[in-house]
Design a protein around this ligand. Structure first.
Ligand SMILES: Cc1ncc(COP(=O)(O)O)c(C=O)c1O
Length: 392
């Protein structure tokens, strides 16, 4: 039987490939973005309590009211946005589902969505499955800044949405207030939607304020803002996220959501609702991860890598262009096999691989894991340089 692929270009994601290789060769896995430390015991306790209370059946399609109410309170405290739990917030099975539902709700055949590369890998397949067209704007090291003039020039009568991501995976950059003001300017007097991937909202450093679209009244009325509890509470395996959107957009979003998954895992929603009652549970995150960023950067000084600025997320980019001419995909595979440290090549986040000789380390790890990885990089320092035999 023949099947005509709707995603002919798509293979297994690099995250799966690198994690599998890391397991196979016993490398320290700093590739895929997930913590190797446990969730807070209190959160685990609330989950257990929910299961024991019998909260094990389907949750309401839009999410447990208790959780949506807790989120509405959090959004008013964090972004001064007073929204309605009933009309504006939908709980989803991870940010990935929310992204897919948002894109499906908005994009019809031939519609264009402006995205910025390097880009998280679920955006383009979601656009293309809806017969939309991704208009890519490439960002380049070291600053990876958005050229808003280029954005203006990329807008056409078919532009349906602009998809932003801040703090940004994989670069660790964040959008500034000026970026958001430029965005306001670009979309004013248009029908362009914003899809704002803010899954790392609480993982931001150096006292920088996270610039959410929800902070800006002119943006929030045309935005679907997407979040992930997996990222915020070290529970990526839970796959729970949410989407905040205007009422009319939420209606369309839910039409898609109800046939993608219908509803999201119940006991965790209860646990998260209770856990959110203590804001300290998320307010401590910038300093928690900033410490990890600094510890990792300090350790990496003993290696010849050049670290790029990291203002947010739990990813640290490093340049090796002064060490080797190898393609970043080859380099990361060699590093995994020969040095025993798995990372992610940044070129795979571009459609037309742009090999800037930059690789991504995930530092959401226990200090001993980071130390073990850096120890290997130091021990096998000569292997970080291009092997003589393969030198061009
Ligand atoms: C930028 C970005 N968006 C969305 C997601 C997906 O989040 P979730 O695991 O909640 O689906 C990730 C996960 O790595 C991410 O890095």
């Amino acid at each position: 039987m023949q099947i005509i692929s709707k995603l002919p270009q798509v293979g297994t994601t690099i995250f799966t490939v690198m994690s599998a290789l890391a397991n196979e060769v016993g490398a320290v896995n700093l590739s895929q973005g997930f913590p190797d430390f446990p969730i807070d015991n209190t959160l685990a306790h609330y989950t257990h309590e929910a299961m024991q209370k019998g909260l094990n059946q389907y949750a309401p399609m839009a999410g447990l009211p208790l959780l949506r109410e807790a989120l509405a309170h959090k959004l008013s405290q964090t972004y001064h946005f007073n929204c309605s739990p009933a009309e504006n917030i939908t709980i989803t099975s991870g940010a990935t589902e929310a992204l897919f539902a948002a894109i499906t709700a908005l994009v019809s055949e031939g519609d264009e969505v402006i995205i910025f590369e390097p880009a998280y890998d679920s955006y383009v397949p979601a656009i293309e499955l809806n017969k939309g067209v991704a208009i890519r704007i490439a960002l380049t090291p070291e600053s990876y800044q958005i050229d808003w003039q280029k954005v203006k020039e990329s807008i056409s009568p078919r532009t349906k949405a602009i998809l932003i991501n801040t703090p940004h995976n994989p670069t660790g950059t964040v959008l500034s207030q000026q970026d958001l003001l430029n965005l306001v300017e670009v979309v004013r007097n248009t029908n362009i939607w914003i899809i704002s991937d803010e899954v790392y909202e609480h993982i931001i450093f150096d006292n920088i304020r996270h610039e959410s679209v929800l902070h800006y009244p002119e943006l929030r009325e045309r935005s679907m803002a997407i979040y992930s509890f997996g990222k915020t509470f070290h529970a990526t395996g839970w796959k729970i996220g949410y989407c905040v959107a205007p009422a009319e957009a939420t209606k369309e979003f839910r039409k898609v959501h109800q046939f993608l998954t219908f509803s999201t895992v119940t006991p965790m929603q209860y646990a998260l609702a209770i856990y959110l009652q203590n804001p300290e549970n998320y307010l401590h995150l910038p300093s928690f991860y900033e410490k990890k960023r600094n510890t990792f950067a300090q350790m990496m000084q003993e290696t010849p890598f050049q670290l790029l600025p990291c203002q947010g997320t739990y990813f640290q980019l490093a340049s090796y262009k002064h060490l080797s001419d190898e393609k970043d995909t080859d380099y990361t595979i060699r590093l995994t096999k020969e040095v025993g440290v798995a990372t992610i090549p940044v070129s795979v986040f571009y459609q037309e691989p742009q090999d800037h000789k930059v690789i991504r380390f995930c530092f959401a790890k226990k200090e001993e894991t980071l130390a073990r990885a850096v120890e290997k990089l130091i021990k096998h320092k000569e292997k970080l340089y291009q092997p003589q035999t393969t030198k061009a």
